[in-house]
Ligand binder design. Structure first.
Ligand code: MG
Ligand code: MG
Length: 272
């Protein structure tokens, strides 16, 4: 699909984006101490299928790895992204990064949110807050006549000002009839450098930020990316369409934030 989307394609991407946003909120309802991450995955998968869509991550292929086995990526504490849901039981104080992708009518949606289980440490709250703000600053830079470098520069400056580690190996991306399309959207860059942004581009802007070092390694499961020093990591992701009047965020955290309390603390909710 062209990097520049048609109005019809953007309308369809908005529907995929809305479904992924509502799926994340459905998952959020179930985040509590004692819940296994495989349960969250099942909640998302059922929700996606029941809305006539397919989970985009399930079966996703990367290099020579076996296909990704789950509908969500759930990355706990020092895991940055691509964590595989399983038997792990959530605990009070955990940071839970949930990344979700859907395919609806051939168009993809992709969004991520980092939750806390109960009360987080002040450092982890700060990490989430700054990462979230960095995403918003990156989005604010996504204007026609701007560049890809403007986005990365805004994200990097904010995070490094707060002493956080910006992961360089992982980047945002275009999205459309494929989950990952050109261009790459790095979380580091120089203003006025890189590809020119154009009206009709749809980009996933997704800072992946560590409390400590920016260095990462891949876990022995082949998928999970972890911070090299074991420090906490956060990840927020929105889908953004470039319009003549500026960035139009296609995904939303409104559904999530109806049931959570800023600053991004997920209280142990008792549901059923
Ligand atoms: Mg994602
Ligand atoms: Mg993405």
């Amino acid at each position: 699909m062209s990097v520049i989307k048609t109005p019809h394609e953007i309308a369809q991407l908005r529907e995929s984006a809305d479904l992924v946003a509502r799926t994340l909120a459905e998952v959020a309802k179930h985040i509590a101490p004692g819940v296994r991450t495989s349960v969250l995955d099942r909640v998302a998968e059922d929700f996606i299928y029941s809305h006539g869509a397919e989970p985009a991550f399930k079966g996703y292929r990367m290099a020579s790895l076996p296909p990704f086995p789950s509908s969500l990526c759930i990355s706990i504490n020092d895991a940055v992204v691509h964590g595989i849901p399983g038997d792990y039981m959530l605990r009070e104080g955990d940071l839970v990064s949930v990344d979700c992708g859907v395919e609806l009518n051939g168009l993809f949606g992709d969004s991520a949110y980092t939750f806390g289980v109960g009360d987080l440490s002040p450092e982890d709250i700060q990490l989430c807050t700054v990462t979230y703000e960095a995403m918003e600053l990156g989005i604010a830079s996504a204007t026609p006549h701007g560049t890809i470098g403007d986005i990365g520069a805004a994200i990097y400056r904010h995070c490094s000002n707060h002493g956080l580690g910006v992961v360089r190996e992982l980047v945002g991306h275009g999205i459309g009839s494929k989950l990952h399309e050109p261009p790459h959207v790095p979380n580091i860059g120089s203003r006025r450098r890189g590809r020119r942004l154009r009206t009709g581009m749809v980009l996933c802007i997704e800072p992946m930020i560590n409390l400590g070092t920016s260095e990462v390694f891949t876990d022995s499961d082949g998928w999970t990316i972890c911070s090299a020093d074991g420090s906490s990591s956060a990840h927020y992701e929105h889908m953004v369409c470039i319009t003549p009047s500026g960035p139009d965020v296609l995904t939303t955290f409104e559904y999530i934030e109806e049931i959570t309390t800023p600053p991004y603390r997920m209280k142990a909710l008792s549901y059923g």
